[in-house]
Design a protein around this ligand. Structure first.
Ligand SMILES: C[n+]1cn([C@@H]2O[C@H](COP(=O)(O)OP(=O)(O)O)[C@@H](O)[C@H]2O)c2nc(N)[nH]c(=O)c21
Ligand SMILES: [Mg+2]
Length: 314
């Protein structure tokens, strides 16, 4: 997957050193030349060839808030609801303590982990069954966290809508919480699609999660195969992937091999210990950056060239 050096924006080739957002101390790149090549490719290709794939928890929400308060995960929002059965919290906690260490075990092969993850999500779905529940409970809790999105998230989603860039929010968590937060933050535009686990109801009672199950290790574009969304994006071969966990970097696997994928990782926990891994996994690593400024900078470059092209065509 080579880059054609001759294909460059009409305004001249962009250089990383001239883009202030990428020269901040906390913005790290293992291979700035590769980032530079991709930026030029993205700007040359324009918005029509772009798509975004983003994780939700701690990627769209903040890893650290100004008031020091914690932000719950999408499952956490559900767990805070009042009408869950008495033993629900205790039972799901037990599952968490059993399966979470497996999920993050650095030694177990992925193929083996997958079986355990399917077990975890299945058992969690079974606990999320057989009682009445109203979405308004999630909405109430989620309303407290609509301000816990990264700074300039509203502007970021407005940019994406204006440019008509399909935006996939991928979560192995609970889709009902994800959509509720995004909706209440007024960023759930028509170009935004959430792929996640959604509550299923039967005869007025909860009945686990809808299919297909999205777990840690199938959270990538292969689960979209054959879907309408796949049809919408499969020709968009310029992709920005954003995540806070190492596994998030693979969210675009399943797209054609010729695609150019810019991976942006938000690193916050155990910065020293994780730095090398993040640098080897993501093209851009943002250390304790609680904003959408870097992804917005890339969009602004694409939009600027797009405007020039439109003017030149007049
Ligand atoms: C089935 N299940 C999975 N998880 C965790 O939820 C996470 C959801 O994964 P994610 O949304 O892809 O990633 P992120 O939260 O890292 O942004 C998984 O990585 C699991 O650790 C879960 N967490 C809770 N609280 N309850 C559950 O039933 C449960
Ligand atoms: Mg996350």
């Amino acid at each position: 997957m080579g880059f054609d050096e001759k294909r460059q924006p009409a305004g001249g080739r962009l250089r990383v050193q001239d883009i202030p957002a990428l020269n901040q101390d906390h913005c790290r790149m293992r291979d700035p030349e590769k980032v530079e090549r991709m930026i030029n490719e993205f700007v040359f290709g324009g918005p029509e060839r772009m798509q975004i794939v983003s994780d939700f928890d701690y990627t769209i929400t903040k890893q650290r808030t100004e008031d020091g308060g914690t932000v719950p995960s999408s499952f956490g929002i559900f767990n805070a609801c009042k009408s869950l059965p008495e033993n629900f919290k205790e039972e799901t906690d037990k599952l968490y303590h059993k399966y979470r260490p497996i999920e993050i075990d650095p030694h177990m092969p992925i193929a083996e982990k997958v079986q355990y993850m399917i077990e975890w999500w299945t058992k969690s779905g079974e606990l999320t069954s057989g009682f009445a529940f109203d979405q308004s409970e999630i909405d109430q809790i989620a309303s407290k966290y609509k301000h816990a999105l990264r700074d300039r998230t509203h502007e970021f989603f407005a940019d994406l809508q204006r440019l008509g860039i399909p935006t996939l929010v991928f979560s192995a968590g609970l889709g009902n919480s994800v959509v509720s937060v995004l909706r209440q933050a007024n960023v759930m535009h028509p170009n935004v699609k959430v792929v996640s686990n959604f509550l299923q109801f039967r005869d007025g009672l909860l009945d686990g999660f809808q299919q297909p199950m999205i777990h840690t290790f199938n959270k990538n574009e292969t689960v979209l195969d054959g879907s309408d969304y796949y049809d919408l994006v499969h020709t968009r071969d310029h992709i920005i992937v954003m995540g806070d966990s190492i596994g998030d970097a693979d969210m675009a696997s399943g797209v054609p091999a010729s695609s150019h994928i810019m991976k942006i990782g938000f690193l916050f926990d155990h910065v020293e210990a994780n730095m090398e891994k993040y640098m080897n996994t993501f093209d851009i690593v943002l250390v304790d950056d609680q904003t959408m400024d870097v992804p917005r900078t890339l969009l602004a470059l694409i939009e600027k060239q797009h405007q020039l092209n439109l003017q030149a065509a007049k």
